[in-house]
Design a protein around this ligand. Structure first.
Ligand SMILES: [Zn+2]
Ligand SMILES: [Zn+2]
Length: 159
């Protein structure tokens, strides 16, 4: 299936506009997370996450940084807007070369189709997405997921 080319860079911002970012390279992976932390933080049913290379990201504005431990026991740093509180970015402290971007902060996330959904065991039942593979606990292989996602993703190209 041919999908229209997505033009780089991609742009995103927090709700109040104090934090803006630009994504200069193609994303690596898009997935949904149904874990309770994602539900709590978003105030919604799940999070839609885009994994990128940190080097491809340019952030303008000074984000808040807070550390916490995920349900999987990883220590992560999470970035929010200090003015409006929008949650935008996160990375594992042990893997700073990769950043997880919250899809809803992009100006246009229409291309961001998830390749998998994690923590379905804690999903709100109606929110389990038909046709999107479910990750079983411990089956979180970023490299394999990224390869699968890129095989179906639209082409990304500089304008
Ligand atoms: Zn803001
Ligand atoms: Zn989660």
């Amino acid at each position: 299936m041919d999908r229209p080319t997505v033009r780089l860079p991609l742009h995103g911002r927090c709700l109040c506009g104090a934090i803006n970012y630009r994504l200069n390279g193609a994303p690596l992976l898009v997935y949904v997370c149904h874990c309770h932390d994602c539900q709590t933080r978003s105030g919604s049913a799940f999070s839609l996450n885009i994994l990128i290379q940190t080097a491809d990201l340019t952030v303008s504005g000074s984000v808040n940084a807070a550390r916490r431990t995920t349900p999987k026991g990883r220590e992560v740093e999470e970035n929010t807007c200090p003015v409006c509180g929008t949650f935008m970015l996160a990375h594992a402290v042990a893997a700073p070369d990769y950043t997880s971007l919250r899809a809803g902060t992009l100006d246009d996330a229409s291309w961001a189709i998830p390749i998998a959904q994690a923590y379905v065991s804690s999903a709100i039942p109606w929110a389990v997405i038909p046709g999107v593979p479910q990750l079983i606990r411990g089956g979180f292989d970023y490299a394999a997921m990224s390869e699968a996602w890129r095989a179906t993703a639209p082409p990304f190209a500089e304008t």
